[in-house]
Design a protein around this ligand. Structure first.
Ligand SMILES: Cc1cc2nc3c(=O)[nH]c(=O)nc-3n(C[C@H](O)[C@H](O)[C@H](O)COP(=O)(O)OP(=O)(O)OC[C@H]3O[C@@H](n4cnc5c(N)ncnc54)[C@H](O)[C@@H]3O)c2cc1C
Length: 401
């Protein structure tokens, strides 16, 4: 079978690419090894800047129909001491302060896949792509196995790999770069009965790591813990997670009458970057293009935006009937322009939060200068460009506070 575009992965990035290309009239097949609905370890809150993209993709109404939680901003505590609550800023042209959706991935990703099916894209669930087809040095299709272990082959001038952090391209083309210091592990579970004071994402930074807690509706909250693997001393994630979570006084207060209602799921080697693709016929979107750390919680927004850019570049390639790396590398350039500063900010946060000295001081400075706090949360929420906070001017204002 030959189509215009094959998409590997039906997470937010794969579905966004499928919906964008379908709207432009391209024939798309999307393969995912999973059967939906499927779950995913995630903080489950989506940057407020994603709302317009979700609307463009036609999924916002479906999400709103679930009456989801909407968060007003972020609350940060530093090493059980200083605390600050920061609302997303109301920027010029906005009617009100923006909010961020907080939706279980089990529901969100199922909505995405349903929408892709509804617009007429062929979705092949339980289809695992295991290899690429090549001709004249560029990718021209994929092969894999379906749920009956029957092999399949699909051909297309363009393949979009939206396979997430373990995407096929990363393995087959050796594109993943992981630093030796990358020993972070994330553990997540849903809770019932948590006493969450208000609609914020609560980030508690303390030893052995940090947590993000937010309500995901219907008396359910999601709690993600991120620590260095070494601090686990070989303990099992379930017992370690519950112990570590209760070590923090703010979390104990929130969770005193709460119950962890599922087994803890863990993800290792959190951060990685990705070398540029060197062959034609292939684009990487979403987590497949690299992942820093969930502290600033914007992976879904970045995934959706990367797919929007990929769709524009793919459209240009089709118009030129040229899917060579020369044409497709425009995606890499645009993606870097848009995201590099954001990735830098995320790296700065990584240094900052693991030092009590700096973390306390920054939280105190933000308490004194609420306008700086709002600027920072505006950038984290992808409402303002990253250079607003990644600048000497911002740093000097922070230091003077
Ligand atoms: C601990 C943690 C907390 C996070 N918290 C947040 C948060 O609060 N907010 C936020 O915005 N982001 C958060 N993120 C990031 C977010 O989860 C990701 O950025 C997002 O899921 C990326 O979407 P994606 O579509 O690229 O990949 P995924 O959602 O991972 O989807 C990839 C899909 O590809 C399929 N697939 C993979 N390989 C193949 C193959 N070979 N053949 C067929 N199918 C395949 C998989 O089955 C999967 O369905 C967090 C991440 C982590 C690890």
């Amino acid at each position: 079978m030959t189509v215009d575009v094959i998409i590997i992965g039906g997470g937010p990035s794969g579905c966004a690419a499928a919906l964008g290309l379908n709207r432009l009239g391209y024939k798309v097949v999307l393969c995912d090894q999973a059967k939906f609905p499927r779950d995913k370890v995630c903080g489950e809150f989506i940057s407020p800047a994603a709302d317009p993209i979700l609307k463009r993709l036609g999924v916002l109404n479906r999400i709103e129909a679930l009456s989801p939680k909407r968060l007003k901003g972020v609350a940060i505590s530093s090493y059980e001491g200083e605390e600050i609550v920061i609302d997303y800023p109301q920027l010029p042209g906005m009617d009100a302060r923006p909010t961020s959706l907080s939706v279980p991935r089990y529901e969100l990703d199922a909505i995405f896949v349903e929408q892709v099916k509804q617009v007429g894209v062929e979705v092949r669930e339980q289809h695992k792509v295991t290899d690429f087809l090549f001709a004249e040095g560029r990718v021209t299709g994929v092969r894999g196995w379906d749920e009956n272990k029957t092999s399949f082959t699909l051909k297309a001038p363009l393949v979009i790999d939206a396979g997430g952090r373990n995407a096929l391209s990363l393995k087959k083309m050796d594109l993943k770069k992981e630093s030796a210091e990358n020993t972070k592990i994330a553990m997540a579970a849903h809770w019932q009965g948590a006493k969450i004071a208000d609609d914020y994402c609560y980030m508690h930074i303390s030893r052995p790591g940090y947590t993000g807690i937010s309500s995901v509706g219907k008396d359910r909250s999601n709690l993600v813990l991120v620590v260095n693997r070494q601090s686990m001393h070989g303990e099992k994630p379930d017992t370690f997670y519950l112990d570590a979570v209760m070590q923090n006084c703010h979390r104990r207060k929130i969770l005193q009458d709460a119950e962890c209602i599922e087994s803890v799921r863990a993800i290792e080697s959190l951060a990685f970057s990705v070398k540029p693709v060197t062959c034609g016929g292939l684009l990487l979107v979403g987590d497949a293009m690299g992942f820093i750390d969930p502290f600033t919680g914007e992976g879904i927004y970045l995934s959706l935006r990367s797919s929007e850019i990929a769709v524009e570049v793919a459209d240009k390639a089709f118009k030129k009937t040229d899917w060579s790396n020369e044409v497709l590398k425009d995606y890499e350039v645009r993606r870097k322009q848009e995201f590099d500063k954001k990735f830098l900010l995320s790296r700065i946060f990584q240094k900052l939060i693991y030092s009590r000295f700096f973390c306390d001081r920054v939280v105190r400075a933000l308490q004194r200068k609420p306008e700086l706090a709002e600027t920072l949360v505006g950038v984290i929420g992808d409402l303002s460009p990253a250079q607003t906070a990644v600048s000497l001017k911002f740093l000097l204002r922070l230091m003077s506070a």
